[in-house]
Structures are given as C-alpha cells and as structure tokens.
Write a new protein. Structure first.
Length: 233
C-alpha cells in the first residue's frame, strides 16, 4: 500500500508510541527472559508486515489492522520463547484439569477446594495463578483465524461493534464469551475492563483497586483459567 520509504517512515513514526505501549504492556510477564527492546523490534516488524499485506477490500480500517498486527507480532515473539520448565507446565496443566473436573461437579471451586484437590498449598496455587498469563494458557489477546486467513484477537471479537469479521461462528463465539465474562465477580470484571478495554497495565490497575501488583496478577490468572475452561466447552 505504501510505496515510498518516506511514507513508510511517517507511518512508523505515527505508530511507534503504540508499539512501545504494547511492548510495555506485555513485558512485565516476560522481563526475566526478554528485553523490552526485543518486543519493540517485534512490534516494528509487525507494523512493516501490515503495511505490505494490508488489503483495502477487507473493509477494515488501516489503523485497526496495523494495531492488531503489531500486537500479534509481539505476542508471537513471546510465544517463541520457552518460558517455563516442563515441571511448571505440568503444574499448570494439573490446575486446569482439576478446575475443570470440580467445575463439572456443579460449581466454581474455591481456591481452598482447588488447592486441596491438587495437594498443594494455597500459596503455591496463587503463584500458579500469577504466572498463568505468561504461560499463555489463554488470553483475550490471543489470535484466532479470521476472514481471508487473517488473524483476529478475541478482544477485537468482543469489543468491535462493526466487527473486523463477518463469520457466523465468530459472532457466536463473541456472544458466548461475553456471557462467560458476565459470570465473573465484580472485581474480575473490573480487571477485564481496565486491562483489555482501558488498556491499563497491571501496576496501574493495582493502584486503581488498592491492591498489590501480585494480587492483581493472581486474579487475572484465575480469570484466564475460568475463560479457558469455558472456551474448551
């Protein structure tokens, strides 16, 4: 779409603040293994790919298309790194399976019930919750196939009224995922809203709610566990 280098440079300059925003947004989960500069570089790569691949016939605003390409490139960079050991991944998988089993018994298991079933302490369970986002069990930022082979985030599916898609299955997913979010507690809904819609980072959310950063991360991880269980159905 953009033929000259000058045009590309102008667009890069325009979107650089958004690239930095998303890089900072995800860096807290992977700062021990990825530098902030790595995520910024991935975002710039996503921007350049968006400029090359944008198709006006999709009737998608160019700014929206570029933003989800930037975010997708940064998330792909994070997923390309093996963050956790096999032992830790097994613990996460055990939590998922046990949560699902208890949920099928007819109610949302409490942390006490879940920890007891797993034969771990509640403190250990909270540590797993806190790491669930980084271990990529699920995220509303995760990308799924959309129209013409492009990829859309679950967040875009939920929040975009006009929609970047017209697939009936995705419309159904939007309705079901919104219903799942309605089952969350008020605090969980607030965190979803502040993180995914207002785009506050975890530190800012902690300040708004008067909670510790670790506690907000724990609650967020538990939210993702619930939504993962819901989507698996």
């Amino acid at each position: 779409m953009y033929q000259s280098e000058n045009e590309k440079e102008k667009v890069i300059k325009q979107f650089l603040p958004r690239i930095k925003h998303y890089a900072l947004r995800y860096h807290h989960s992977v700062q021990s293994i990825l530098d902030l500069e790595d995520l910024i570089s991935a975002g710039i790569k996503g921007l350049l790919e968006a400029l090359d691949k944008y198709n006006p016939t999709l009737n998608v605003p160019i700014a929206s298309y570029i933003e989800h390409r930037i975010r997708g490139a940064i998330l792909d960079e994070i997923r390309s790194v093996d963050i956790f050991s096999k032992e830790f991944r097994k613990k996460v998988e055990d939590v998922k399976k046990t949560y699902k089993k208890l949920k099928e018994a007819g109610h949302d298991p409490t942390d006490e019930e879940l920890a007891a079933s797993l034969n771990i302490t509640q403190e250990e369970l909270q540590e797993i919750y806190q790491s669930i986002t980084a271990s990529d069990i699920i995220s509303l930022d995760s990308f799924i196939p959309g129209k013409d082979g492009d990829k859309l985030s679950l967040l875009e599916i939920i929040s975009d009224e006009k929609s970047l898609f017209d697939d009936i299955k995705l419309l159904e997913l939007k309705e079901k995922l919104c219903s799942a979010i309605e089952t969350l507690s008020e605090t969980e809904k607030i965190i979803i809203s502040l993180y995914y819609y207002e785009e506050l980072n975890m530190k800012e959310i902690a300040k708004v709610l008067g909670l510790s950063l670790s506690r907000v991360s724990q609650i967020h991880g538990k939210i993702l566990l619930k939504l993962k269980n819901f989507l698996q159905k």
